[in-house]
Write a protein that binds this ligand. Structure first.
Ligand SMILES: C[S@@+](CC[C@H](N)C(=O)[O-])C[C@H]1O[C@@H](n2cnc3c(N)ncnc32)[C@H](O)[C@@H]1O
Length: 232
């Protein structure tokens, strides 16, 4: 027998009560704001004009909405995440804070299409198999600016390792990938953007241990070039 429902059983994000509890507390504003979310909001603040759309790709439960609304950043927030149970948390809680539940969508980045003004993708691509397909979708969809925070360094490394922080008896592997920073920048430029690296304020550019593996958190801030601009 062949089945087509393998996504959820293999999705590590569907197998951690600890993560669900943390994301619930973030939605309820009971947990401290993430430094990376503060930094991303500050990078976005000057870019967003009232009513422009912002896509949070791999949004968890959508709590980046608070980083915008608490600073009066006037974006129309949309969150997309491949883990339906995490989206459900945001849909249950964030309407209390003014986000309509239909702005949170249980979809994969790879399957997206359409247009948005701005995109953030924070702490997502380093833990999936590769960045090309999802990042291409986001670059094609984004009219103005894109901000990513991922594990980037000189020289790529790809690992697929046991995640020992999941629920008891769950034995799943997770990708812990560090992409070559110049590779990713060149990829972004090739879709018509300028891009610059920004030091991650949480880690000061030093490796940080996450689930037992170093991550090299780096922000990339990309702005779309006007139509017809030469990239050379
Ligand atoms: C480490 S969490 C980061 C959540 C949030 N961006 C943050 O900064 O707290 C990674 C998220 O990416 C989501 N994710 C993983 N692969 C995805 C995909 N292909 N499309 C959409 N979301 C994905 C996971 O479900 C998870 O919620």
């Amino acid at each position: 027998m062949i089945r087509g429902d393998g996504w959820k059983p293999y999705c590590i994000w569907e197998h951690s009560a600890t993560v669900r509890d943390l994301y619930l507390r973030r939605c309820r504003r009971e947990a401290e704001e993430m430094t990376s979310h503060r930094q991303a909001a500050e990078l976005l603040a000057s870019r967003i004009k009232p009513g422009e759309t912002l896509l949070d790709a791999g949004c968890g439960s959508g709590y980046f909405y608070h980083a915008l609304s608490s600073r009066g950043i006037p974006a129309e927030y949309w969150g997309v995440d491949a883990a339906p149970s995490l989206i459900e948390i945001g849909r249950a809680v964030l309407p209390v804070y003014g986000l309509p539940s239909e702005r949170l969508l249980p979809w994969r980045i790879e399957d997206l299409d359409g247009l948005v003004d701005h995109t953030v993708c924070l702490n997502v691509l380093s833990n999936i198999d590769n960045y090309h397909r999802p990042l291409e979708r986001l670059l094609r969809m984004t009219r103005r600016s894109l901000i990513v925070r991922e594990s980037l360094k000189q020289g790529a490394e790809y690992h697929y390792v046991r995640d020992r922080f999941l629920d008891p008896d769950v034995r799943l592997n997770v990708h812990v990938n560090h992409y070559d920073v110049e590779d990713v920048c060149a990829f972004i430029r090739s879709y018509g953007f300028t891009v610059r690296q920004v030091i991650d304020e949480r880690t000061g550019g030093k490796p940080e241990d996450v689930i037992g593996y170093p991550h090299y958190w780096t922000f990339l801030v990309a702005d779309r070039l006007p139509e017809g601009t030469s990239r050379s």
